[in-house]
Design a protein around this ligand. Structure first.
Ligand code: HGY
Ligand code: MN
Ligand code: MN
Length: 394
């Protein structure tokens, strides 16, 4: 098995990798991601997995065996901008390797097993997190999704056929393996963990409007500077999140006209907020918005806030989580929360009993070229996933 895993892993390593940062740019329906999809189809063909795709670009390789509700595993292949190698692809490679392990064990599953690749999980191109799994589950309608646009104004409806999806119609259970994005497992000294919940989280676009003017001849008291309102908002968000024990990030800003010697006319900034409960999420976002609105009135600027992607709290099926976590060679695996969104969260919220397996990340760093998992832990993850599939598909 190690050679299968290592071979697949080395296939993917160069695809979409930046020579400067070593990070990955695998945005959906771009050349690197198309290359990854072609690779996935080859891997399915090599395993005689029947490939099914839907009108949104989601893929499943089916091991047509047994009968009844299928057990689906897999993850995503797209990345954030300048992302790590593991977030997404580790789940897809581990799923294919787990099928190889089951076959090498001579296991004949009583239920069909599928390996899925959901499209645009990161929302890094069209802005809505888990876009593919939201469409496959009907959580988001095609009518709403087709108008989503990337930074060049290209609409999602221009890059996919669109319509409907029956990809998940036969699925009874979904299990996603994912690199842990955090330090829980490394602090516990555990190679593998199981997800208990996903914090509610959202992405909000803050549009600050001001008055363009000369950077030199305009007196400070005569300005309506949206950059000032934005800067104050970013500081305020950080402070409010710290005080509330929650998470708030402004990681993306677009300035118009972005000139060196002009007061900008407009600043757009995106808030990523994540909280332990839905009520704390709305109070954090409301608190940040209130502070920004108040500052805008003092700066003579305008503010409009738009929720672009909201993911409610997910509590994974506790019985399924306990079943997946129980009785392994070194005891039960820890059941831990995460603040990262996943397709498994979308499927769980849509009523598909779902579970997640996390593989230890020695630094906890993710959404960064520095994201890493050690090969031995990845191989423990593959056998953990194989055990889980064997357990669920009997
Ligand atoms: O952003 C997230 O929570 C996930 O990594 N897509
Ligand atoms: Mn992911
Ligand atoms: Mn991610």
């Amino acid at each position: 098995m190690p050679d299968d895993f290592e071979r697949m892993w080395s296939d993917l390593a160069p695809i979409g990798r930046s020579a400067q940062s070593g990070g990955y740019f695998r945005q959906p329906f771009t050349a690197p991601e198309n290359e990854l999809r072609a690779w996935f189809l080859e891997q399915c063909a090599a395993r005689s997995l029947r490939v099914e795709s839907d009108a949104f670009g989601n893929l499943v390789g089916w091991w047509d065996v047994g009968a009844g509700p299928a057990v689906l595993t897999g993850s995503h292949l797209d990345s954030v901008l300048d992302g790590g190698a593991y977030d997404g692809p580790l789940g897809v490679v581990s799923s294919l390797a787990a099928v190889d392990v089951l076959r090498s064990r001579g296991v004949v599953p009583a239920r069909p097993i599928g390996v899925s690749v959901f499209v645009e999980e990161e929302g890094s191109r069209f802005g809505l997190a888990c876009l593919g799994s939201r469409l496959a589950t009907g959580t988001t309608s095609w009518e709403a999704a087709r108008e989503l646009r990337d930074r060049d104004g290209v609409a999602f409806g221009d890059v996919v056929e669109g319509g409907s999806s029956s990809l998940l119609a036969s699925v009874g259970t979904y299990v996603e393996l994912h690199v842990e994005q955090g330090r829980n497992l490394v602090d516990r000294g555990a190679a593998v963990g199981v997800a208990s919940e996903i914090w509610p989280h959202g992405r909000y676009r803050f549009d600050f409007g001001g008055v363009a003017d000369h950077a030199g001849t305009t007196r400070m008291e005569d300005r309506a500077d949206p950059m000032l309102t934005y800067a104050f908002t970013a500081l305020g968000a950080n402070k409010q999140a710290r005080l509330a024990g929650q998470r708030a990030t402004f990681g993306r800003v677009e300035v118009t006209p972005n000139g060196t010697n002009a007061v900008p006319s407009h600043v757009t900034a995106w808030l990523d907020a994540r909280c332990a409960t839905e009520s704390s999420l709305s109070s954090l976002v409301d608190g940040i918005t209130t502070q920004a609105t108040d500052r805008a009135s003092r700066d003579g600027t305008s503010l409009e806030v738009t929720a672009e992607s909201v993911s409610p709290a997910v509590v994974f099926d506790p019985v399924l989580a306990a079943r997946v976590a129980a009785d392994h060679e070194d005891g039960d695996w820890p059941i831990i929360p995460t603040q990262a969104g996943h397709d498994a969260g979308i499927l769980s919220a849509a009523g598909v009993p779902s579970a997640m397996l996390f593989v230890r990340n020695p630094t906890g760093v993710s959404h960064s070229p520095a994201e890493h998992a050690e090969l031995p832990d990845c191989l423990v993850g593959v056998s953990a996933l194989a055990d889980t599939l064997e357990r669920l598909a009997q």
